[in-house]
Design a protein around this ligand. Structure first.
Ligand code: ADP
Length: 355
């Protein structure tokens, strides 16, 4: 362990996710175990700019692993994107002798972390986002809980839809990614799943619904990813009624899916990520994000992670790839293909078996 690390900071930023508390707990306990003090920064990067901090002891975090939300609160902070805001944040770190920071959030949070790293404050990112929309990692903290929350809601909706012979169209969160929609679509036996990543054959779904109704099926579930934009799901609900004659209801659970008790998978993943983040920071590493790759917890360069994300989403800008070696670019392309193949393969499954 490098001597210079006496005190580290931890913060949660951007949209909250169940399991963020489990990361905070793991970071705090792992650091204290290694003789390092932990400062909780309140309200994400705005807490860093405005010097809102609290010391964290093991006792402070002892019972948070089972709680949704984040005990450090979360916020969005545009000032942090400015040089002036950045300098205020650095001044807070200096004032409290914070040697490095673990930032829990999504890709925006990682962008902030890399900006801080460049200016001399070592940072490690840990994912905390229900959407699973960070290309570099197979899964994110909060994703499993969010899927399970949708599952419970969907099962309840199926009960009432069965009683009344209805179709329910559920819009699930996922502004930039259809992972929640795809996985819950399979688990809820949805007859249709609509997401940005794959073309949706509406007429095929209407025909299948009519056929199943003729055979005597009473209830139907259709899942739409938030990324389709409003009022896509509302309009589809109306169209289902018009085209199939099946009474339909639109449901948007929205923020309910962000809260709740984290599942075992999220608590376990969050705890392992928190531990790995402390280990990396205290080894003197910086500008890394903790990822899951094929069931292993690994560290990935934040800048590589941000660019592979842009590549996958088709948003690469001129010069984005200039700083990477041909091997790194090949790795990015292979990962993008892996993500795309996942959607192709599983969309085929949901379309084949959903009824
Ligand atoms: P998420 O981390 O969930 O993707 P946001 O995109 O809202 O959420 O980002 C969270 C915060 O990270 C922002 O409010 C801002 O403080 C910081 N941030 C986002 N983008 C940048 C950037 N380009 N430079 C510096 N900080 C950023």
């Amino acid at each position: 362990m490098e001597k210079k690390f006496k005190k580290i900071g931890v913060l949660t930023s951007g949209g909250d996710a169940p399991g963020m508390n489990a990361v905070i707990k793991s970071v705090t306990c792992a650091a204290i175990e290694k003789g390092v003090e932990v400062i909780g920064i309140l309200g994400g990067y705005s807490g860093l700019i405005n010097d809102r901090t609290r010391k964290l002891t093991a006792l402070d975090v002892t019972d948070i692993i089972s709680k949704g939300g984040t005990m450090l609160y979360s916020d969005r902070c545009d000032e942090f994107k400015t040089e002036q805001g950045m300098q205020k944040a650095i001044a807070t770190c200096k004032r409290h002798n914070i040697d490095g920071i673990i930032a829990i959030g999504g890709d925006g949070t990682f962008r902030g972390a890399t900006d801080l790293s460049i200016r001399g404050i070592p940072c490690i990112g840990v994912s905390g986002t229900i959407d699973n929309d960070i290309t570099a990692t197979d899964t994110t903290v909060g994703f499993d809980t969010a899927m399970n929350t949708v599952l419970s809601l969907g099962d309840a909706l199926r009960d009432t839809s069965e009683s009344h012979a209805r179709c329910c169209v559920i819009e699930v969160m996922g502004r930039n990614a259809g992972y929640i929609a795809l996985e819950t679509g399979i688990a809820l036996n949805a007859i249709g799943v609509v997401l940005q990543e794959m073309p949706f054959d509406k007429e095929r779904m209407f025909a299948k619904m009519k056929k199943m109704r003729e055979l005597g099926q009473r209830s139907f579930v259709v899942i739409v990813a938030e990324g389709m934009g409003a009022p896509y799901a509302e309009a589809l609900t109306k169209e289902i009624e018009e085209k199939t004659g099946i009474e339909s209801r639109f449901i948007r659970p929205a923020h309910i899916v962000r809260g709740g008790i984290p599942t075992l998978a999220d608590r376990s993943f969050a705890s392992k990520c928190g531990y790995k983040a402390v280990e990396a920071l205290l080894e003197g590493k910086s500008d890394l994000v903790i990822c899951s790759r094929h069931d292993e917890i690994v560290t990935t360069d934040i800048r590589w992670a941000l660019i592979v994300d842009r590549m996958y989403k088709g948003k690469l800008k001129d010069g984005d790839l200039d700083k990477f070696t041909p091997e790194q670019i090949e790795e990015m392309k292979a990962l993008c293909k892996e993500r795309h193949d996942y959607f192709v393969k599983n969309y085929e499954i949901v379309n084949s078996i959903g009824c």
